[in-house]
Design a protein around this ligand. Structure first.
Ligand SMILES: Nc1ncnc2c1ncn2[C@@H]1O[C@H](COP(=O)(O)OP(=O)(O)OP(=O)(O)O)[C@@H](O)[C@H]1O
Length: 270
């Protein structure tokens, strides 16, 4: 089955700024795919349309066999429950414990407001939260406040939180852009292992070509809002990089100030 189907998506802002221009692709269940492209090529807009945070001007998106329609809120919420998201800026709640952060990953499945949530969470959910923490190797930090963690630990907690959703698709938007190389490799190893062991479809935006080649099977390159190339990562060479990014190569990301991106604020409301 196809996990993701993107059909002739066009997104025009302010009736003149074309961010996506007829983007189509399909991603099979269990595939691991990286989106590449220079700044402004449309990667973030594509992610926002995939999850219904942005309505395409034309075209359609289907996730796990269900059409993504921002107008149908309940239907969309059901679809999003199966889509785990990981962001550059982690999106954790700083002043509560690691355990509570992970528990909040199941918020879509219960009725309580976040403030009272951890008081009323069932034993089954608590046990699952500890299992998710254990899977990312950080069960021993469950009682620590989230803002007292390193960047790599924060991202692993964000992954544990996402696992509470039991996702079938993971969308990772520059998951290691704020991390040093060692922490970045650990997070990528973890994401890749989890995706492989659970047959989760993994779609990532990455800027580092060597990382993309190591962790994805396939790439989709965007250029000026169009699919410039789509194929196996093994074909990416220096000539291709130059053609895609110009002579300067992909832009280095500045260190993150951990300000949540708009999509994260939206995602937290779910
Ligand atoms: N809300 C918006 N209003 C108007 N134009 C927008 C909006 N969001 C994105 N754009 C424009 O759409 C184009 C694609 O932007 P997008 O953020 O999707 O690119 P990107 O590949 O994610 O870039 P980056 O790598 O810098 O994050 C850009 O020209 C951008 O200026």
């Amino acid at each position: 089955m196809n996990a993701i189907e993107v059909n002739k998506i066009r997104k025009v802002y302010n009736q003149r700024d074309v961010a996506l221009d007829g983007v189509s692709f399909t991603i099979k269940e269990g595939e691991s795919v990286v989106i590449l492209g220079h700044n402004g090529s449309g990667k973030s807009t594509l992610f926002r349309t995939l999850t219904g945070f942005e309505e395409p001007t034309e075209g359609s998106v289907t996730l796990l066999g269900r059409e993504v329609d921002p107008g149908k809120r309940r239907h969309l919420r059901e679809t999003r429950k199966k889509v785990g998201m990981v962001f550059q800026a982690f999106g954790l709640i700083d002043n509560v414990s690691v355990f509570q952060n992970v528990l909040f990953g199941a918020l879509g499945q219960v009725k309580f407001a976040p403030a009272t949530y951890s008081l009323f969470a069932s034993d089954a959910l608590r046990t699952r939260a500890m299992e998710c923490l254990d899977r990312v190797g950080l069960a021993h930090l469950s009682e620590r406040r989230a803002d007292r963690l390193s960047g790599g630990q924060k991202q692993r907690i964000a992954i544990a939180r996402m696992l509470m959703q039991d996702p079938e698709i993971i969308l990772a938007d520059e998951p290691i852009a704020s991390l040093d190389p060692k922490a970045g490799r650990e997070v990528m190893d973890l994401l890749a292992e989890i995706a492989a062991e659970r047959n989760i479809t993994l779609l990532m935006i990455l800027h580092q070509i060597p990382i993309a080649k190591r962790y994805a099977d396939r790439f989709i390159a965007l250029k000026n809002g169009e699919v410039y190339a789509d194929g196996e990562v093994s074909v990416i060479d220096e000539d291709f990089e130059t053609a895609l990014f110009g002579n300067s190569g992909p832009k280095e990301e500045p260190p993150s100030d951990e300000t949540p991106q708009p999509i994260e604020q939206e995602a937290r409301k779910l």
